[in-house]
Design a protein around this ligand. Structure first.
Ligand code: GLN
Ligand code: ZN
Length: 757
């Protein structure tokens, strides 16, 4: 290779206007046929490729597109389908594929969990008794498609065997090497077929190497990649890592492959490069533009970094690329019309990032003068952005003066719970839900009309209130013990607060995929965060006025608001977390003043934000627990603080959960099939817990017996006095009839379990 190449690692699937989401949901609802689904998604995929070609990217990723999730695609490639779906071999059809992802009447969905430290969720492969074979060479299909239809000689993207196996479950550690041996020839076959079709570059994603991995795994990796290179010598393999520096730098860069992809944005890869150098016979694929954040790159600084990197590689053995797939950022900023133009100037979504990549490649290749105008523009926009940063001296002072005691409640849990029991007088195994209730098409379209000014504020408020009132009645009818108002006024649990706190901005089209067709629109934090006036009080008080039962106030916690926003790097992240916590503290006080005595502060993003590098864990966990406690510290002793988390691997954060000092925590579990219960086995956890008893991510209605089984399993570990019965997560994505049917089953199961105590 004689010239420096520009490259991309993956492109957002969802389309500029979330066409992908609509196509999928129409198919699931039976409004379009499978053929139409394929037609629509083919169009989206080809369009995405075309755009990358037009931008001038040299190595365009193919095969990164998915109908749901790329880990599930990898399972489908190898015919890994859990027994309960009655799969009989051959190519995994669309219905089976979606059944694994979403569940069907007679088979629950596979577990879904967070992709490294992102808010993207993947479907966890179940390897139990699987007999992997290559049932469909997807990589080949997409390679050929791009070549034949668009004349693009793409770079195939496949999920590497080590990461795939490390993310799978259903096998013992001792079986790992055996599994590696099983998968190796299957991967070889994929690569050989690609080589035969003329492919020259293949990106093998191995992000697991950005976490701390064992020597055994490393040894297996060495063996696998030796085999790949030996068996398929004609293809250029890129061993691609991202999200953090690699934990075994020297071993990784010396793997027998053509190129190594490293993240030069997260973690100090540059330092490693300077210390240990880089093999002279390899290409370095340098992830230089942040694939996880939306701010414009400082081209001047980036070029300086690239010039340093260049000194360590031979001639022009360099690829310039984003730090990770662009799956984690919105598609294009060109649609944004309402945002402050200065902030807009400082933004860069996927398409703009690709432009940055192309410019940087050119600047590196031809020298700075070739891209002088671009550098100048980037610097100007960034300076303007900096000049408008909304700082707030009072908030800064408040943060600076905080002490450890500021984050401690007045009484310890053992004392608080007595007062709370007295006040609420709930039955054993109390039932509740997680907050949101179905956001029906009507709820969504009414909000859109209101945003467009087609209906008045008053009409919108009336509509929200009608829903709250109706659902208070439904919940009473269902005989749920602690009610929720339903969050009908919220588009999204983070964006909603982003629109109300000072310091945030929101976009109109800045969507990113979270799981399946579900997309979120993270707000931008570009200023110090503060609280002016109550945000949630009106709806909570309205709901409470229609019932004698307690209604939970519903807030999103400081860690989650931070993790699910695009934060500008001017202020240290943990300072912003404290600012958010202080703002939430005021909101909780306002709720209490208005008679709301149970407040849930959701932290579903706490686990996902855990740094991949273990060395950074303590700092993160301490800062997170502090911020959560700060937000809830001033709550009166008889105010019950709940929190909620989803999809968490709790072992790593168990101490932190205890340190949150929340009175009640509800956690997703039903999709991890009870594995989580064991975390509580040693029973040092004395506060109250609701382990989700049914999966809300699936349209399937559970049976009473199933839920009872989940309750029983939990009660073997957790004393009944501590246990709550609730669904896994919020119900916003479910239909109304599904929700009512499922909650009915849940309450029935709770009552039967209660009887047995
Ligand atoms: N209260 C939120 C809801 O019910 C929690 C969502 C979440 O955990 N992601 O939607
Ligand atoms: Zn949840």
């Amino acid at each position: 290779m004689s010239t420096i190449k520009s490259s991309n690692l993956g492109y957002p699937r969802i389309g500029e206007n979330r066409e992908w989401k609509r196509a999928l949901e129409s198919f699931w609802n039976g409004n379009i046929s499978e053929e139409e689904l394929i037609e629509k998604t083919d169009e989206i995929r080809l369009n995405n490729l075309k755009k990358q070609k037009e931008q001038g990217i040299d190595l365009i990723p193919v095969g990164d597109f998915s109908l749901y999730d790329h880990v599930l695609d990898t399972s489908a490639t190898f015919g890994i389908v859990p027994e309960r779906y009655n799969y009989t071999g051959g190519k995994v059809d669309v219905d089976t594929y979606f059944a694994i992802a979403r569940g069907v009447d007679d088979a629950i969905a596979s577990e879904m969990t967070k992709w490294f430290n992102t808010n993207y969720h993947y479907i966890v492969p179940e390897l139990n008794n699987a007999k992997p074979t290559l049932v469909e060479n997807r990589a080949l299909y997409f390679y050929k498609e791009a070549k034949e239809k668009l004349g693009i000689d793409g770079k195939s993207v496949i999920l590497g065997p080590i990461t795939y196996l490390q993310l799978s479950k259903g096998y013992e550690d001792s079986e790992f090497d055996q599994l590696v041996d099983t998968f190796t020839p299957l991967y070889v076959q994929i690569l050989q077929e690609l080589a035969e079709a003329g492919a020259t570059w293949v990106q093998i994603d191995e992000p697991i190497f950005a976490t701390n991995i064992s020597e055994d795994v490393l040894a297996a990796t060495q063996k696998v990649y030796e085999t790949f290179t030996k068996e398929v010598p004609g293809i250029n393999l890129i061993f691609q890592t991202y999200f953090e520096k690699v934990s075994n730098y020297e071993a990784i860069v010396n793997l027998p492959v053509k190129a190594i992809g490293l993240d030069f944005v997260h973690g100090d890869s540059l330092e490693l490069l300077k210390t240990y150098g880089f093999p002279k016979d390899k290409v370095l694929a340098a992830g230089i533009v942040d694939g996880r954040n939306v701010w414009r790159a400082n081209l001047e600084e980036k070029l300086t970094v690239l010039e340093t990197i260049k000194q360590f590689v031979k001639e022009d053995q360099l690829i310039v690329q984003p730090s990770s797939s662009l799956l984690h950022v919105p598609v294009t900023k060109t649609l944004e019309q309402k945002i402050d133009p200065v902030i807009l100037g400082g933004l860069s979504f996927a398409d703009e990032k690709l432009q940055e990549i192309v410019i940087l490649t050119k600047g590196l290749q031809e020298g700075r003068t070739a891209v002088e105008a671009n550098i100048k523009q980037a610097t100007e926009e960034l300076n303007n952005l900096q000049a408008t940063y909304r700082s707030n001296d009072q908030v800064r002072k408040d943060i600076a003066n905080l002490t450890a005691e500021d984050a401690v409640r007045h009484l310890p849990f053992a004392e608080r719970i007595k007062l709370q029991d007295e006040r609420f007088n709930l039955p054993l195994l109390p039932t509740t839900s997680i907050g949101s209730l179905p956001q029906t098409p009507e709820v969504r379209s009414t909000r859109t009309k209101w945003r467009k000014g087609e209906i008045t504020d008053q009409q919108y408020e009336q509509f929200v209130n009608d829903n709250i009132k109706r659902w208070i009645e439904i919940q009473e009818e269902l005989d749920i013990d602690v009610l929720v108002h339903g969050e009908f006024e919220r588009n999204d649990m983070v964006e909603y607060f982003g629109e109300k706190f000072n310091g945030f901005s929101v976009t109109e089209y800045g969507w990113v995929q979270s799981y399946g067709s579900r997309c979120v629109k993270p707000p931008l934090i570009f200023g110090d965060v503060s609280w002016d006036k109550p945000i949630t009080v009106k709806e909570s008080v309205f709901a409470q006025s229609y019932t004698e039962r307690p209604v939970k106030g519903m807030l999103t916690g400081p860690v989650t608001i931070l993790n699910w926003s695009f934060v500008h790097d001017t202020t240290p992240r943990y300072d912003i977390m404290k600012q958010i916590a202080l703002a939430l503290q005021k909101e909780i006080e306002a709720l209490e003043e208005n008679g709301i005595k149970i407040v849930q502060v959701d932290e579903p993003a706490l686990r996902e934000g855990l740094p991949l590098d273990h060395a950074k864990w303590d700092e993160y966990l301490e800062a997170s627990a502090y911020a959560f406690r700060l937000a809830t510290a001033t709550a009166e002793a008889d105010t019950q603080i709940h929190t909620h988390m989803c999809y968490s691997n709790f072992e790593d954060i168990f101490d932190c959960i205890d340190a949150l000092d929340a009175d009640v925590i509800s956690i997703e579990t039903s999709r991890s099939h009870g594995e989580l219960v064991s975390t509580f086995e040693d029973n040092t956890y004395t506060k109250e817990i609701g382990l989700g008893v049914y999966d809300i991510h699936s349209p399937r209605i559970p049976a009473v017996e199933e839920i009872k089984q989940n309750i029983h399993r939990a009660l073997q570990t957790i004393p009944p006095k501590q246990f709550w019965v609730n669904p896994d997560c919020g119900l916003k994505t479910r239909k109304e009839d599904e929700t009512i049917a499922a909650l009915k089953v849940m309450v029935q199961a709770a009552k039967e379990a209660r009887e047995e105590q």
